[in-house]
Design a protein around this ligand. Sequence first.
Ligand code: ZN
Length: 500
Amino acid sequence: METYRQLRERLAEINDINRAAGLLNWDLQVNMPPAGAEARAHALGTLSKIAHELHIADETGRLIAAAAAELDGASYDSDEAALIRVTQRDYEQARRLPPEFVAELSRESARAHEVWVKARAENKFAAFAPTLEKMFELARRAAEYLGYTDHPYDALLDQFEPGMKTAQVRAIFDELKQELVPLVRAISARLDRVDDAVLHQEFDEDKQRDFSYEVIQAFGYDFKRGRVDRAVHPFAQNFSINDVRITTRYDRTFLNPALFGTMHETGHALYELGVDPALERTPLASGTSLGVHESQSRLWENIVGRSRAMWTCFYPRLQAVFPAQLGGVGLDTFYRAINTVQPSFIRVEADEVTYSLHIMLRFEIEQELIGGTLKVADLPDVWNARMKAYLGVVPPTDTLGVLQDVHWSSALIGYFATYALGNLISVQLWEKALADAPDIPPQIERGEFGGLREWLRANVHRHGRKYMPDELVRRVTGEGIQSRSYMRYLKTKYGEIYGL
Ligand code: ZN
């Protein structure tokens, strides 16, 4: 096991450098004065270069091959075999992209980001179009370097959802879309049945903060192993299995951003906090994919956080915190308000029902741009036509339409699908959790979340990156990622709320 030990030590050092870079990034988003940006970009660039060089060095490859030989015959489920498997895959992927290309990509995306910010602010798609062409050209080149057998998009998707194929995701989404579009249409005809005005009142920020802390501590977020700060774009960041931090934001006139945003990031954090401590300082000590990660944030934010069961216990507490605003508002009115469906232009503000349609539109457009069947110049028209077809609304400006997302200018092409996959996985896991532990709902009604959290830890969290996303879902639920569970959940919940 001598070589294996050497490999682990090398990977631990790479991990340490990446965690240090993570801390610089966390600080950049939470504490850093604006003038620190340039120096910080240099420091981050240097650290990621050092980590990358150590990772792709021939010596790393030699250690992986020798350790694999040493461990020949180790069981598939052992930490050792999983470490070799995942490290081998990461190593091969990282070696496929030439360093000059990685540098070009990071230079171009820094530039593209500036162009996008300006074009979005000024509602000028034409000003962003040449840059967008460039970003998709770079993505096509990345796909060629990374390699694929079927569609170049496979290579891009694989960076964010390892092992998933475009055709597989397309089949899942096509099935989902067939049922989701009519459901959105049916709800759209009865939007007046739910009113969320009670959420749009003046809510003191400190009280919002204290209440959201009470909720996430009940979920199991441990302030000895994490902390909560403010950030413009909330995120969760892992420095160690014993230090996973989240950020949130507050709106004095709207309860949702802090309350549900904090629950969302807590879902991400509980995943990282639940990884087996034996995997600390290895590449396995993290979530297995963006999709599975999003399944955890959505599960806590939506399936738990927007359930009647949870608010049976917590609503009287919330009323006590905001007696003037909510004292006269019944539980049922509040429950319906937090589950309002409203087809709208902006993805990040979308509700549970309409969200996945925003994703499908982007998933389709990305493939068409990569495949060359759609021209960048035609993008706004295609975007708006699909918004109309899927959601029944057309954005009045490109700022509220095709220019809204940061992803394409940040070279994150192939990423969007993971959000909708997360929705699907969240319900698949939830159904299985309830089948295994039927007392979870009554526990939640009492404000007890340990049963659910421990089930997730035992079945999902502790494995870290040992299994690929579809493989993990199969191991836990007995089948691959599918849309039936999610549609069943939406139809039951929203059928009741909207009287369908
Ligand atoms: Zn998330």
